[in-house]
Write a protein that binds this ligand. Sequence first.
Ligand code: GRF
Length: 212
Amino acid sequence: MLISGGGSNMAALIAAARAPDHPAEIVVVVSNRADAGGLAKAQAAGIATAVVDHKAYPDRRSFEEAVQAVLEAHGVEIVALAGFLRLLTPWFIERWPDRLINIHPALLPAYKGLHTHARALADGVKITGCTVHFVRPEMDVGPIIVQAAVPVLDDDTPETLAARVLVQEHRIYPLALARVASGAARVVVDGEGRERVITTGAGGDGALIAPL
Ligand code: GRF
């Protein structure tokens, strides 16, 4: 996993992957910041950690080569971005074809980028949520693996909305990782070159309606 901050999604992935029937094993947490709160949480959970400080490298490529070396040294097979606040270059992304996943606090392709909750509130949308997707070179773009929706309430602030979405982030990230690790979620390409994920064994056909 790659992190930059508090690592609540990281902690959710570590906890979920402990279950005997979860197909992924968390082997290393890499942070680009030495003061990331997630590092102590990972260590407390017995997970190896490493700091690769981007400020110690002259350019993105050499930073990413250092990250890549740590991942390879630990035999990593899937990379999960969990609040990792550096843009990755195509060089790194191409090293992890359909093996690099990210969580974003909005229902992509809506609200790419930052301040998603404040923007959703300003637009008056009634449903927002979160998305786990495969990473592609464009920011917050890539085949969607799992999404969760939450209602936007009339008295929400960006903070209360973020907290409601975060609860769902902690549910869907472990689910998405499990599906990628088991091979249940895989990318297919249509005749026009557009990618999407199909999922074996997924159920549910309920509508999500808000306000109800
Ligand atoms: C989450 O909202 C995630 O969707 C976004 O950054 C936040 C990270 O939180 N990419 P945490 O570090 O996992 O607590």
